[in-house]
Design a protein around this ligand. Sequence first.
Ligand code: FES
Ligand code: FES
Length: 155
Amino acid sequence: MLAFTLNGEPAEGAPPEGASLLHLLRGSLGLSGPRFGCGEEQCGACMVLLDGRPGYACTLPAEAAAGRAVTTVEGLGTPEAPHPLQAAFLAEQAGQCGFCLSGILISAAALLQANPDPDEAAIRAALEPHLCRCGSHNRILRAVQRAASMMRAAP
Ligand code: FES
Ligand code: FES
């Protein structure tokens, strides 16, 4: 049995031999936030935080989570108490189909944790692993800038 912390709560799983972390999260743990896009570190749709750092859940073996803290988009905020990024993405209407956004929110959260005042180049670099097939890149950029401002202004 694999034990780890998932979105701040203790979690356990019994992944099949060779299963990815994404398989475990979306399968028996029932989280639909991390998405399967390409399965080969090319789109970023599966991104999660592992001990606070972004990682591709599609290629990470499930065992990599043992004893560590995994955060998915479900752990960032709730509809009642959204993370500033989630609020900013809504305000900027920064998405169309939304398929890419779970992963983008995760990488953006890691960026703002490390750098509360990123310039445009830093945001672009942090989101470089992510594809948005809807072409919402400019609105996504504005949303991250808005979230950073909101977080800096928060008491
Ligand atoms: S599904 Fe993991 S990078 Fe595309
Ligand atoms: S909003 Fe559709 S892929 Fe990004």
